[in-house]
Design a protein. Structure first.
Length: 405
């Protein structure tokens, strides 16, 4: 017998295994496949679903993706609040308001406006570069709502253009197929000029790494500069030279060597050095960083400060052990070219690598190298990349400023 027309349709429901529901009651947004007991109904990719415990207790509302190990991303923990256009509008409004309240916001023209899980919008990242917005969608479920999200961003911010960028590996992780490029408005200049810490940087928001610039390191670049007066500094994995150029301009470093494997990135670094009036103190070298450090150690080269800001080394939990071995090798090489009493600034943007793991790796480097390493500052991402205590994985950035003796 079919239900009557007056009887409400039941919502697709994801039921969690016994003793696996607590993180979701605590508002962790990722429901992995292994936590699911059953799925009631036949939700399609991107459909809204209700998540409940095995005993029928409501947990939250989320979006379903059968193609991802994260089967459901949770957004609402109020049974009466569905994932409507008004819901997304309210979340984006709140994220934008938070950034407007941050101290010093007016002094830089590039900012992260939406930081995925930290803003209750798991799978959506929005960066503002002057009059342009760079959008990354890392969730197929939100990808099915991309036009709705673009419309909301256009309404709130009236940018000159919105550009879609896709993070490496998302197609495999989420089954998300999308074409990068301009989705609203007009193309940005290439390069595009931004201001940060009183400096000018040229960025390529269309083809550059990430969304054009590593905005999360903004405060860390200024912090490192405070130590750099008179230093000979090595900026490894320099990309467009932001750490080294900030140290030269604000910190009055005596000389900087920027090393990166990408010649287009180094071309931007040279332009940024010129724009900021420090080109006479910046040398750019195209090289694999591991090879450069090995050759420098063989020659007996020494630096007062070495900055290591490598790309993400662990994209999955299964890659953690390999990543830690890579960090150990890299940091041991770096320590070998730091003069006694000099500084090592070592970073990891791998969310699967915890701060404890990273510091333990550094402890191993100290033991194997016979050097004493002391952490002077243990830093994280800038405030426009906030952290939700319900999802500690989004505290991904580690930046340790260390003395090596």
């Amino acid at each position: 017998m079919s239900p009557s027309d007056d009887e409400p349709m039941s919502e697709p429901t994801v039921v969690i295994r016994p003793r696996r529901a607590q993180p979701f009651f605590n508002q962790h947004p990722w429901v992995f496949a292994g936590a699911i007991a059953t799925i009631e109904g036949q939700p399609e990719p991107g459909d809204e679903v209700v998540v409940q415990s095995k005993d029928g207790q409501f947990i939250g509302r989320g979006l379903f993706n059968p193609n991802s190990n994260i089967r459901v991303r949770l957004y609402s923990w109020d049974k009466s609040v569905g994932l409507t256009n008004e819901f997304w509008d309210a979340r984006i409004t709140d994220a934008i308001a938070l950034r407007a309240q941050l101290p010093g916001r007016s002094s830089h023209t590039a900012c992260r406006l939406v930081a995925s899980e930290a803003d209750g919008l798991s799978g959506l990242t929005v960066d503002q570069y002057g009059d342009w917005l760079l959008v990354q969608l890392t969730s197929l479920a939100l990808g099915t709502r991309r036009e709705e999200l673009f419309d909301l961003l256009q309404k709130h911010l009236t940018p000159r253009g919105i550009i879609l960028r896709t993070e490496k590996g998302i197609r495999e992780l989420e089954g998300l197929e999308q074409r990068d490029g301009l989705v609203r408005g007009e193309e940005p200049p290439r390069p595009l000029e931004i201001r940060e810490n009183g400096l000018t940087f040229l960025v390529d928001v269309c083809t550059g790494q990430k969304t054009g610039c590593y905005l999360d390191q903004r405060d860390n670049r200024a912090a490192v500069a405070r130590y750099a007066r008179g230093h000979r500094l090595l900026d490894a994995f320099s990309y467009s030279g932001a750490f080294g150029i900030t140290a030269a301009k604000l910190g009055e470093a005596a000389s900087v060597v920027c090393v990166d494997s990408s010649e287009p990135a180094l071309e931007l670094a040279r332009s940024n050095a010129e724009v900021n009036g420090v080109a006479d103190r910046i040398e750019c070298v195209q090289s694999d960083v591991f090879r450069f450090l090995k050759d420098a150690a063989t020659r007996g080269d020494e630096y007062d400060t070495v900055v290591l800001d490598p790309p993400k080394m662990a994209r999955r939990q299964a890659g953690l052990a390999k990543a830690l071995r890579g960090y150990h090798s890299l940091n041991q090489l770096a320590v070998s070219v730091v003069r006694p009493g000099g500084l090592l600034v070592t970073c990891s943007c791998s969310g699967h690598v915890s701060r404890e793991d990273f510091e333990q790796m550094l402890s191993g480097v100290a033991t194997s190298s016979g050097r004493t390493i002391r952490i002077l500052e243990s830093r994280s991402q800038a405030a426009d990349h906030p952290v939700s205590p319900n999802c500690p994985e989004n505290r991904y950035l580690k930046c340790l400023i260390c003395r090596v003796s």
